[in-house]
Design a protein around this ligand. Structure first.
Ligand code: GLA
Length: 729
């Protein structure tokens, strides 16, 4: 890791272990992207080609070759001749939004400066990272942009963000304030996105870049089920093992945009940040605006290399708290087993049955508070429903604890039901536009988290609940998207700030509640995986990945999610068959194999299973307990993609390559099946590995080049597992 500044050539060379990012200062002071890719040596290389182009305006009247239209730029601005997608737009007192930002100064610091009130990658010691801060200025507008670049000693990642500061005498309005912008010299990449819908989140889509813009975005107030705040640009030849892949992930839980634009000269601009659609920010004199953080990863080892970098960085330097490094309890969630139909006695009975099988934590899902018998009422009234919980939360927690199982609770703290005491007492606490009727989603409204009084109320309510009983876990849900995003307390010129202020409010509440309850394991959720992003993972180390718990549907969802997020963050449960979302019947062994891939648990009434199935559950639970520390810290390799094929396979490999777990799931049975061998990855080629299931010893190279013979049990949706241990002979 290093950041070098060459004063003579006016360039910065940012170095991670295996990548270089080179910035230049050119002409009037444009900050340019000169290179991003595998690590380079630098001597006298020509890093920038500029030409006089028809219809490309030049700001430096003495040199027509320098045009903002064709320079690769680190800050794209509006109206001054850069016609590509901008990363900043600033309206000034005279109504103009033309800006031209030029280099003013820079500094290089050890470590990584923290963000104020926003989630971000952190370091544990100053020597893990270095940060370059380049200040650009538009003197006429009275505005500065500070661009932050952090490089890491142990990761091929670069964290980027921007701070926009009003240094002048007039008020400014930010209409667009993106976290990063850079230009690549070709368009020979595929655009990769993770897209879907409720119950089928983060499916992988890969399409060739084409002239003009392609983008993914959310305007729903959360990062959303529909798109994920991540894109990759992959070389045409890139696969899991090789080829250059650039990944960009935004650490943000609200409206975002991630965009690639191919220019007239076949260069590609990449921008990412808060979605300008629905955003504006009043920048008073001396005020500043800090964008969320974007994490860039460049891998020469294809998607696998990119993912392992993201996975480990997020797991070890974005997630926090007691559960960061593993040790997550095996839980049973009541939702699919009972839905709203339970009492304390039901929960205790399920807990008792679960504890007998080794399950460590019982989560009581939605339906325990207010007068909640269905989803029409009571969000906001976070007091136990006497009809269901006559002995309150403490009574229930104590009874479960006496059965030898910990107690966890479902909450949805950002919401209020119109039919609730909270809404009747504070009708102005929900987001709304005065005079408009508004719309409901799942019969509920969204609390106005831009307001400090609302946030304080929620923090003290939730902290009170957590203090009232022995609660070891919270599932924090969020079951609708934002509409009518107006706040009663913001002035008219500031209403464009509501979406972002809502996200900042969520972060504030999450920070205060999670830091006050360091022993509690928090799990994020938003109708399943509707807010699966790095922002939430900063506060909660795992997220319920999807409301679709079917093992085969999960192959797609978990494969896509693993492109960015670590397995330890992907909450995955074994549920009943026929599956409640798709009615599919899959073997219990397959459901177990797929759920082992994430933070493992059950979501069914285990006591209703036949005895032999309960025995299998007990074996699965024990297996997971024996292996969870290994799984949580292992590197993850995708071996077969479920997209466009009849199978999916993956592998966990210990960092020291001493052991591996390999799993293969076939979707439909194939009569008279062709022979198949599964090629493994990442092993030490000259080491020997014992395959527990067959007792054979194989060399690592044979496992990777010849491959394990696949021999699945008969039937649809079956699975095969191999457990490898390195042997020294
Ligand atoms: C959301 C969650 C589910 C469950 C229900 C309860 O849909 O994703 O797991 O908690 O809410 O209402």
């Amino acid at each position: 890791m290093n950041i070098l500044y060459d004063e003579k050539r006016k360039l910065f060379h940012l170095q991670t272990p295996n990548t270089s990012y080179i910035l230049g200062i050119h002409g009037l002071g444009w900050l340019t992207t000169l290179y991003y890719g595998p690590k380079l040596h630098l001597k006298e290389e020509n890093l920038l080609v500029v030409r006089d182009r028809a219809f490309s305006p030049y700001a430096d009247l003495g040199d027509k070759t320098y045009s903002p239209d064709t320079l690769p730029l680190e800050l794209g601005s509006v109206g001054g001749g850069d016609f590509r997608v901008p990363s900043v737009e600033l309206t000034q007192a005279d109504g103009s939004s033309v800006t031209e930002f030029f280099y003013k100064c820079h500094k290089i610091v050890q470590g990584k400066p923290a963000l104020d009130g926003q989630p971000a990658v952190y370091t544990q010691s100053e020597d893990e990272a270095m940060t370059l801060i380049v200040t650009l200025e538009d003197a006429q507008a009275g505005a500065r942009a500070e661009l932050y670049y952090t490089v890491f000693r142990d990761f091929d990642a670069i964290c980027r963000r921007a701070v926009f500061i009003n240094t002048g005498k007039q008020e400014l309005k930010l209409e667009r304030a993106l976290s990063c912008c850079f230009d690549l010299p070709t368009d020979q990449y595929d655009f990769v996105q993770l897209s879907g819908a409720w119950a089928r989140e983060r499916h992988v889509h890969r399409t060739p870049l084409r002239p003009g813009s392609q983008l993914v975005e959310s305007v729903r107030g959360t990062s959303s089920h529909q798109q994920s705040p991540f894109i990759a640009l992959a070389a045409k030849n890139a696969d899991e093992k090789q080829g250059r892949v650039y990944g960009a992930a935004l650490i943000y839980s609200g409206n975002f945009v991630a965009q690639a634009e191919v220019s007239q000269f076949s260069t590609t601009r990449v921008v990412m940040g808060i979605n300008p659609n629905g955003f504006s920010w009043q920048l008073d004199k001396n005020a500043s605006f800090e964008t969320p953080e974007a994490v860039l990863v460049c891998s020469a080892q294809g998607f696998g290399g990119m993912s392992r970098c993201f996975n480990k960085l997020i797991r070890t330097r974005l997630c926090r708290g007691k559960y960061r490094d593993g040790g997550r309890p095996v839980l049973l969630n009541s939702w699919e087993g009972c839905y709203f139909n339970f009492t304390a006695d039901t929960i205790v009975r399920i807990g008792r049955d679960a504890a007998k099988l080794g399950i460590e934590l019982l989560v009581m899902d939605d339906g325990w508070f207010g007068k909640r018998d269905d989803d029409h009422t009571s969000l906001g009234d976070w007091t136990p429903y006497p009809k269901k919980l006559p002995r309150g939360l403490k009574g229930l927690a104590d009874e479960l604890n006496a059965e030898g199982i910990a107690f966890g609770l479902w909450l949805e703290p950002e919401m209020v039901s119109p039919d609730s005491d909270l809404n009747r007492a504070h009708p102005d606490w929900a987001l709304q536009v005065p005079g408009r009727v508004g719309v409901e989603g799942r019969n509920q409204l969204v609390l106005d988290y831009t307001r400090a009084d609302v946030r304080d109320y929620i923090v003290s309510t939730v902290n009170g609940i957590l203090a009232s009983a022995n609660i070891a876990y919270v599932k924090w849900d969020m079951n609708r998207h934002l509409t009518h995003a107006c706040s009663a307390l913001l002035s008219a010129v500031r209403q464009g700030e509501t979406f972002h202020r809502f996200v900042l409010g969520v972060y504030d509440v999450m920070e205060r509640i999670t830091s006050a309850n360091p022993e509690v394991l928090f799990e994020g959720c938003s109708g399943g995986g509707g807010r699966f992003d790095g922002g939430i993972l900063y506060y909660m180390p795992q997220i319920w990945c999807s409301d679709d718990s079917d093992a085969i549907e999960r192959l797609y969802i978990q494969h896509g999610t693993s492109l960015v997020y670590p397995q330890s963050a992907i909450s995955a449960h074994v549920s009943a068959v026929p599956n409640h979302q798709v009615q599919r019947v899959t073997p219990l062994a397959t459901r177990g194999a797929v759920a082992f891939t994430g933070a493992f648990g059950y979501e069914l009434n285990v006591g209703l299973l036949p005895q032999e199935k309960q025995k299998t559950v007990a074996e699965q639970v024990q297996w997971y307990k024996d292996n969870r520390d290994f799984l949580a810290s292992a590197d993850y390799y995708r071996l077969r993609s479920p997209f466009g094929s009849n199978a999916s396979a993956w592998m966990f490999l210990a960092e020291d390559k001493s052991r591996a777990l390999v799993q293969f799931v076939r979707k439909l049975n194939v009569p008279n099946e062709p022979l198949d061998r599964l090629l493994l990855d990442g092993l030490a080629p000259d080491a020997q590995y014992r395959v527990a299931e067959s007792g054979e010893v194989w060399y690592g190279d044979a496992l990777m080049e010849l491959g394990l013979p696949v021999c699945l049990p008969d039937g649809d949706f079956t699975a095969q597992t191999w457990t490898l241990t390195r042997v020294d002979e």
